[in-house]
Design a protein around this ligand. Structure first.
Ligand code: FES
Length: 129
């Protein structure tokens, strides 16, 4: 979702078939998000994952408006009022399924997507590009 640059848990570095295991699906509450940090040092990158049922959507944890992390507390990315991803800095709102900003100062822009999958064992994987 997105680690310590916003907030969240450290990523499990296990390689597993088609990608890196981030967590188990049930570790993300349905309708909520979870942050991870990929890589280390200068190559570290904060991302977050939002779960909708059995589906997951991943984005870089940086608002297109100013580049700040979106979460306002650890693993808090979703507005209770709208059910959309919300930026903590100026309140921009983003669709969960495609990261499109639908309200706020960056309306019309998009979050940077991160390719994910859920395997048959219920593990959320970062798909390596
Ligand atoms: S930094 Fe996200 S809306 Fe301004």
């Amino acid at each position: 979702m997105t680690g310590t640059g916003g907030a969240g848990a450290a990523m499990t570095q296990a390689l597993c078939g088609a990608g890196r295991v981030l967590c188990r699906l049930e570790e993300i509450e349905d309708g909520e998000g979870k942050g991870f940090t990929l890589g280390q040092g200068l190559e570290a990158r904060d991302i977050f994952v939002v779960r909708e049922g059995g589906r997951v959507f991943g984005y870089v944890n940086a608002c297109p408006h100013r580049g700040t992390p979106l979460d306002w507390q650890n693993d808090r990315f979703i507005s209770d009022a709208t059910g959309l991803i919300m930026c903590a800095t100026h309140g921009a709102l983003f669709e969960i399924e495609d990261g499109a900003c639908v309200a706020g100062p960056c309306a019309g822009q998009c979050l940077e997507p991160v390719a994910l999958s859920v395997d048959g064992a219920g593990r959320v994987l970062r798909v390596e590009g």
